[in-house]
Design a protein around this ligand. Structure first.
Ligand SMILES: [Zn+2]
Length: 340
């Protein structure tokens, strides 16, 4: 049977899932302008100039250069109204990209510099997500992130506060930040604190630092690995990931920009698929990397020969790994076509 061509239209229309999308890196220019109005914060009036200020490229020489792109965005995420706009906006982006489900990562300790409490920040974000789902019909849940470089006391507080919203849209936990200087092995107590809340964990590991971070995460029963491309080439670790059905949340362009993937062909997507791993594709940072999932899949088709049956497999893997009840997963599976 002839397959449909991979075009922006056919890929956009395919029912896709994004499990790894940081809110702070993924707000649209329209939303940022609206958020800037709330606090009368000046932004460049020209959209190209604003996009340029926020977008990374593979030539950003250091991680610091990369991270400075977030500063103007974080400054606009300090009031209830701004966080509601942000939550609404990410659902609008999910809908425009043809997603049927998204989990957005959010780091609420970044939103408290204007006086909001963690609880108020999470509440505001969730109210934006719920309003967005009501308008656009796409379910979007939140994964709340602690920061690796902060104290265990702070991380535990973030996780416990997040868990209060477990029945209102917070579905998982994560730790973000420098995984090289703050490796998984040093975060074992923080991961235990996450397990103690009863929420599942999707932990950044093996993006910028070696495979060790992934292996330790798996031994600590982490259900999903954020990025995880460094698993490639380590057969025993790959076997373990296969046996434990660990979800790998790979990201293409943003990993290329953060120089963790020097070239597009280095994403081990085909190796992971051939090994039967639960690999998925995600955006990471929609605005900072200037991508959406449709673009990423088109790029994977061009650079990695991704075909429709493989896209279906990636999507089913994402459903298996999603932090959702079985009934919601069954509903998502029913939307994935047998053939394309
Ligand atoms: Zn990430």
């Amino acid at each position: 049977m002839t397959q449909s061509p991979f075009t922006p239209t056919t890929v956009r229309q395919y029912p896709k899932i994004d499990l790894h999308c940081h809110l702070e890196g993924s707000l649209s220019l329209v939303a940022l302008r609206e958020m800037a109005q709330v606090t009368a914060t000046p932004l460049p009036t020209n959209d190209d100039r604003l996009q340029q200020l926020l977008t990374t490229t593979a030539t950003d020489p250091t991680t610091t250069d990369y991270l400075k792109r977030f500063r103007p965005i974080i400054d606009l995420m300090q009031t209830t109204e701004q966080l509601q706009i942000a939550g609404f906006d990410i659902v609008r982006s999910a809908a425009a990209d043809g997603l049927i489900y998204m989990e957005t990562r959010s780091t609420p300790t970044l939103y408290t510099q204007g006086g909001l409490t963690l609880e108020q920040a999470i509440e505001a974000l969730l109210s934006g997500l719920h309003a967005g789902t009501k308008t656009f019909g796409i379910p979007v849940n939140a994964i709340v992130c602690g920061r690796r470089e902060r104290s265990l006391a702070e991380i535990s507080t973030v996780f416990k506060t997040a868990a209060k919203f477990a029945d209102r849209g917070v579905v998982g936990l994560d730790l973000v930040g420098d995984e090289f200087d703050y490796p998984t092995v040093d975060l074992a107590d923080a991961i235990r604190a996450a397990h103690a809340t009863g929420l599942p964990i999707a932990l950044h590991a093996g993006e910028t630092a070696p495979v060790d971070n992934i292996v330790v995460a798996m031994t600590l029963n982490v259900a999903r690995i954020g990025h995880g491309q460094r698993l490639n080439g380590f057969p025993a670790a790959m076997d373990r990931a296969k046996r434990t059905k660990t979800t790998l949340e790979t990201c293409l362009t943003s990993s290329h920009h953060s120089t963790t993937l020097p070239d597009y062909p280095n994403l081990p997507l085909q190796d992971f698929l051939a090994a039967g791993l639960k690999v998925t594709v995600n955006t990471n940072h929609r605005t900072i990397a200037n991508v959406n999932l449709t673009d990423e899949i088109l790029a994977l088709h061009t650079h990695h020969h991704l075909d429709w049956p493989q896209l279906r497999q990636l999507t089913l893997n994402a459903i298996d790994g999603a932090f959702l009840p079985d009934i919601d997963k069954a509903n998502l599976r029913s939307q994935i076509p047998e053939n394309q």
